[in-house]
Design a binder for this molecule. Structure first.
Ligand SMILES: *Cc1c(COP(=O)(O)O)cnc(C)c1O
Length: 372
């Protein structure tokens, strides 16, 4: 057992000065009845998929004395097939969650003396990974309704000349999709790489508005995807990207040898064989999300338009009090980096109903709780 005073002393270690005083990323993982704080898919894998995964893992286990395929060819081929748009294994790359994809990108295209820019509020791991790779982070702002327009984005990128631009579409924590003309405008003027984080692409209302369609025109565009959200596979840690083959080749410079375990590769391949079934929950989640936006507005709250599996809502005079009161009632949601707003993941119909009724009882008939 480690004594508490020893634990407290880690900050006295000779860590890099730029990491001193920083806190680890992470939403609370609490054992409550209704967990709606990390945008997971609420539907667990079916018995048939669990069986298929178990068989695939058993087959991989028989060869675990050997290193896995370092180039991850079978999985990259399957991912290219899933994405379509004429992509091949040469255009795709996979890693331990899209967070590792982002890390590898920043190791190659960011780093000391380089700068990355994002439009905030957005996914907080982008600046966090910029920081850990010693890349200077430039926070640009979104407009009041969380949107981006092409002229503004173009101006900001021209002005700052960043080595990497992050566009999150649909965006987390706001839920808003970024129109393709904005991505195009950024690609036209960006001096370096443009990374479009499409972690929530499958939940978007306009399925055609994916940056995958722009890949043939922009050799420095990268589209980041994940199996953690729509694919209901957060526990397996599989993220991937699509880009021109030279971009994929450049990532080989920084990837650790054998970074993606044989077990992970087998699990992801088994899951992709069940893609249809896994994605069937997406339709239900989208319908539930649209209902939730309407219902939140009906009780006098603002709710942002959402193309994701979560809804940003507010605004609250004391959002911490609302978050805590919900937690006391067994419903865990998220306090995003956007003061006075809260974010709720769309769960099963039953989970979302619990959230809705608990929140309604906290808000209804109490006008002081809600900001105009
Ligand atoms: C959830 C999320 C991810 C997913 O990260 P994984 O490492 O693939 O689980 C990536 N980007 C955004 C914007 C997200 O919200």
């Amino acid at each position: 057992m480690t004594a508490p005073e020893q634990v407290a002393a880690w900050t006295d270690l000779p860590i890099r000065p730029d990491l001193a005083g920083r806190r680890p990323y992470g939403a609370p993982q609490l054992e409550v009845a209704v967990r709606l704080n990390t945008n997971e898919n609420p539907y667990p894998p079916s018995a048939a998929l669990v069986d298929d995964i178990a068989r695939a893992v058993a087959a991989a286990a028989a060869g675990l004395n050997r290193y896995p395929d370092r180039d991850v060819i079978a999985l990259r081929t399957a991912l290219a097939g899933y994405l379509g748009h004429g992509l091949t294994s040469a255009h795709t790359w996979a890693a331990n969650g899209s967070n590792e994809i982002i890390l590898q990108l920043m190791q190659v295209f960011g780093g000391p003396g380089r700068r990355a820019l994002g439009f905030e509020p957005s996914y907080s791991m982008h600046p966090m990974i910029a920081q850990t790779t010693a890349t200077q982070w430039i926070p640009a702002e979104r407009s009041g309704d969380f949107r981006l327009d092409a002229d503004y984005a173009r101006t900001v990128v021209r002005q700052h000349q960043p080595d990497v631009v992050f566009l999150t579409s649909p965006n987390n924590p706001t839920g808003t999709a970024t129109p393709l003309d904005v991505v195009e405008a950024v690609c036209e003027v960006a001096p370096g790489m443009v990374a479009v984080d499409e972690a929530y692409a499958e939940f978007a209302r306009d399925q055609k508005a994916t940056a995958l369609t722009l890949l043939p025109r922009y050799p420095r565009l990268v589209v980041i995807r994940t199996m953690s959200k729509a694919f209901a596979l957060a526990g397996a840690r599989i993220g991937y990207l699509a880009a021109a083959p030279p971009v994929v080749q450049s990532l080989q410079l920084v990837r650790l040898p054998y970074h993606l375990s044989a077990v992970s590769q087998a699990v992801a391949l088994a899951a992709l064989r069940h893609a249809g079934e896994l994605l069937s929950s997406v339709e239900a989640i989208r319908a539930e999300r649209d209902r939730l936006v309407t219902d939140l507005r009906a009780i006098g709250l603002q709710a942002a338009e959402s193309d994701t599996n979560f809804v940003l809502f507010g605004r609250f005079a004391d959002r911490r009090a609302i978050w805590e009161a919900l937690l006391d009632r067994g419903v865990l949601i998220r306090e995003p980096a956007l003061p006075s707003w809260l974010r709720v993941t769309v769960g099963t119909a039953a989970e979302t109903a619990s959230f809705r009724s608990e929140l309604t009882s906290l808000v209804a008939g109490q006008p002081d709780v809600v900001l105009p």
